[in-house]
Design a protein around this ligand. Structure first.
Ligand code: ASP
Length: 334
């Protein structure tokens, strides 16, 4: 029987990390283990798919930039045009994995699934979680039920949608959850058991594919502004002076904001800057005109998006030429 073809794109992270000793789970070099060694560490992969592996970069994902993101989108779009390819797995550092997952979901076709995975323990650790995550990600990527699912996150025996996936622990292997939602699938005996039809879940998420047919060389700059006790609103004009075209407020509570910070953000919005009001709180939505007058401030309310996901959406939306109302409609789709 012909095995399905799987493209494995390695980008670094802890899954490819090497520590000085097997009991060390921090203080390792991320991205030190080449993709060939990742594959060789999981011989069962060869029984699942014909693997084609490549490694465009080998970095800790805290070093991801818009340039890395655009390179990934371009590579994955090209791969998805190959009719013989069953699925794609991207190994990625966990720190910004959820941002890259949402980016790929928004900017790439959703036919050939893209499964992002990583690890919380380096490859050299006792009980490294990377090999099983890699195997399970491959099993998801080549599962016919994943066709049309867009980008997914596989961590610790669970599959999450890119809109909901969130890293909520700095070190444990159960670091990821579905923020305000449920896992799409659980892995049992190395195979996904779908709780929700993945392709149907994808149809409920917005896509920007049609608006981003030609990829730019750089993405518009969008920064995050944090609200906290004594937050200084002078950060807002400073970021504008640095070229920010969008700002996302990581507000307190339900996206609340001090009066001086609100005024600074409103002044920014009045100059044409896209301002999205989100919350630093881990769960729950920020609803329009609830507590803060978004109409008066010229703000978009982030809904269910975390500040860093709202930042990514804002950058893509600005590149696609969407105005404030269109961005609100886009955000409301999550
Ligand atoms: N700092 C690492 C990274 O994001 C953490 C990890 O991969 O778990 O690349």
């Amino acid at each position: 029987m012909d095995l399905p073809r799987l493209l494995l794109i390695a980008t670094g992270g802890t899954i490819a990390g090497a520590a000085p000793s097997a009991d060390r789970t921090q203080g390792y070099r991320p991205g030190a283990v080449p993709v060939s060694a990742l594959v060789d560490a999981v011989p069962a992969l060869r029984g699942l798919a014909r693997i084609e592996a490549e490694q465009p970069f080998a970095i800790g994902s805290q070093h991801m930039t818009g340039a890395h993101h655009l390179a990934l989108v371009a590579r994955i779009r090209a791969a998805q045009a190959d009719p013989g390819l069953a699925g794609i797995v991207v190994t990625h550092g966990t720190d910004t994995l959820e941002e890259s997952a949402l980016l790929l979901d928004l900017a790439c076709p959703r036919g050939v699934p893209v499964v992002l995975t990583g690890a919380m323990r380096p490859a050299t650790a006792i009980g490294a979680d990377g090999p099983m995550n890699l195997y399970a990600a491959a099993a998801v990527a080549v599962d016919p039920a994943a066709r049309g699912a867009g980008a997914l996150v596989l961590m610790n025996d669970q599959v999450f949608g890119p809109d909901r996936a969130a890293k909520v622990h700095t070190s444990r292997t159960d670091a990821f959850v579905a923020r305000d939602g449920a896992a799409l699938a659980s892995i049992l005996d190395g195979r996904p058991h779908w709780h929700l039809p993945a392709a149907e879940a994808a149809t409920r998420r917005p896509s920007l594919l049609d608006r981003l047919t030609t990829l730019p060389t750089t993405l518009p700059r969008v920064d995050i502004v944090a609200q906290h006790v004594d937050a200084d609103p002078a950060i807002v004009p400073f970021l504008l002076s640095r070229g920010a075209r969008g700002l996302v407020l990581a507000g307190t509570g339900h996206g609340t904001v001090s009066d001086p910070m609100r005024d600074a953000l409103s002044a920014a919005a009045a100059t044409g800057c896209l301002v999205i009001r989100a919350s630093r709180v881990a769960n729950g939505p920020v609803t329009r005109n609830a507590g803060v007058d978004d109409d008066a401030g010229g703000f978009v309310a982030a809904g269910w998006l975390s500040p860093h996901k709202a930042r990514l959406v804002a950058s893509l939306a600005l590149d696609a030429g969407l105005g404030r109302d269109a961005v609100q409609a886009l955000v409301d789709g999550f």
